[in-house]
Design a protein around this ligand. Structure first.
Ligand code: ZN
Length: 153
């Protein structure tokens, strides 16, 4: 992993934190969930529109650290247009990438994750993994249509 590439990943996270994509509430969502990461104070509310087994629209609101906001923003870009099945597979791969012990392995595992690979570096900072996965846990809760807010703890 070159420093240039790491720098590029860092820039992507900074950019998505400054200008989160698909930010805002959705009035006519079919699925919705809230997530909270008490360790860092990150909060998110995620809205989904699912039609015929496919995510046709997704939005979020929330406040938190740069990693949690950028992760939610990139999540919305990556899952739009995917089937619920594909979204679950993506969650599994994303989670696996972040729980590698070795950062080089995490980057290798992230290669098939498109833009989400920018979070591979988070695997080196266990305290920040929950920041990166918060939006994803909210997403899984939304798919289950759970009424209870999810917590990363
Ligand atoms: Zn955080």
């Amino acid at each position: 992993m070159s420093f240039d590439l790491r720098d590029l990943y860092q820039q992507t996270i900074i950019d998505h934190n400054k200008s989160p994509r698909n930010y805002g509430k959705m009035e006519d969502s079919t699925h919705r969930a809230e997530g909270h990461n008490p360790l860092c104070g990150d909060q998110i509310e995620l809205f989904l529109k699912i039609d015929d087994g496919k995510v046709t629209d997704v939005k979020f609101v929330g406040k938190g650290c740069a990693i949690s906001t950028a992760s939610a923003s990139l999540l919305t870009e990556e899952i739009k247009g995917k089937t619920v099945e594909e979204v679950r597979e993506l969650f599994d791969k994303f989670h696996q990438m972040l729980t590698r012990d070795n950062p080089e392995e995490a980057f290798a595992a992230g290669e098939e994750l498109g833009k989400l690979v920018v979070f591979a570096g988070v695997a080196e900072y266990p305290a920040r993994i929950k920041c990166a996965t918060l939006a994803w846990h909210a997403l899984m809760a939304a798919l289950e249509n759970k009424d209870q807010p999810v917590s990363t703890e």
